[in-house]
Write a protein that binds this ligand. Sequence first.
Ligand code: SOE
Length: 381
Amino acid sequence: MQKINVGVVGTGFIGPAHIEALRRLPNTNVLALCEVTPELARQKADQLGIERACTFDDLLKMEDIKVVHICTPNFLHYSQSKAALEAGKHVVCEKPLAKDLHEAEELVKLAKETGLVNAVHFNLRYYPLVRQMKVMREQDDLGEVYSIIGSYLQDWLFYDTDYNWRLEPDKSGDSRAIADIGSHLMDSLEYITGLKTVAVMADFNTVHKVRKKPLKPVETYSGKMLQPEDYADVPINTEDHANVLLKFDNGNRGVITVSQVSAGRKNQMKLEIAGAKKTYAWNSEAPNEMWIGNRDGANQSFMRDPSLAHPEARSVISFPGGHNEGFPDTSKQLFKEVYDAVAAGKQPEKPTFPTFADGYRELLICEKILESNRKQAWVEI
Ligand code: SOE
């Protein structure tokens, strides 16, 4: 089997997650790694057992590298995705796709012109029961969606001494929690329900209005504690917590809450979708089962099990029931579909994986949510 050579850019929290997932596929070879300096790239490449260490510009000159994964801070996604497409590389970009709508629009247009494979790492779609809920809804098992409650809660930014590039708008964009994790939540609930959000009413809150920035680099989730003199006070104007009311194109409503300061909630996305026939409830911290609510009978618990799942969901399941799959498996399953397209040499007509166009959609929703919070008023999408 001809292995597809891959280059990965960025080695924070998510870069190594991409590398591990790629190594679990039979037809990929992570051949090169880029970092801000050749020295750091070499150090990380040796740590991760990757042959080539290079700068981003050198990577794009490598003819045998067919796909580039952009796993850098948000402010680099646009320029690096653009340069990679212009260099004829297929691109998998982390979310959010860009810092603003104009950048995302240009990337969608360029991707279309090149015909190259383009994907955004909305990996939470690839929890098998998320796809199972989508297929069950498509088969009218849920009935018309009456209401949606969604939440995405974390605590890695709980303390005012927890610091990360995502807190800085010039690196992360004007939104933090909504762009970082709200984008996953909105992508998943529109993916499952098939509904389009047509209006939003948002209210943000910054709990820690001043944070203590370590004077030495600290990685995502490390939460290492330093001495007081090792910090600089930094005013923060990006949201730790946000509530958003939603109106959908079927006229019904929903609400989401995102927070990165919820003690004990490590990385929890929860969905409760009430329909005309049933209700589905699912929790990413217990992803191998879902709750099905019934009015006229006992409620049910549906286990992730290939022998029970719909064929479309079965295609993103690798282990039998009870052999639990989790966060790392979602990236593997997403990349499996992306690399089937890469092997075919072009973006499929109807991609089953999230594309730059989905990245654009999430940025549009994010910008309207930001506008609504600024105006403290409903904003149409
Ligand atoms: C940090 O909030 C983060 O790493 C997000 O950036 C990811 O998208 C999410 O999947 C896990 O948490």
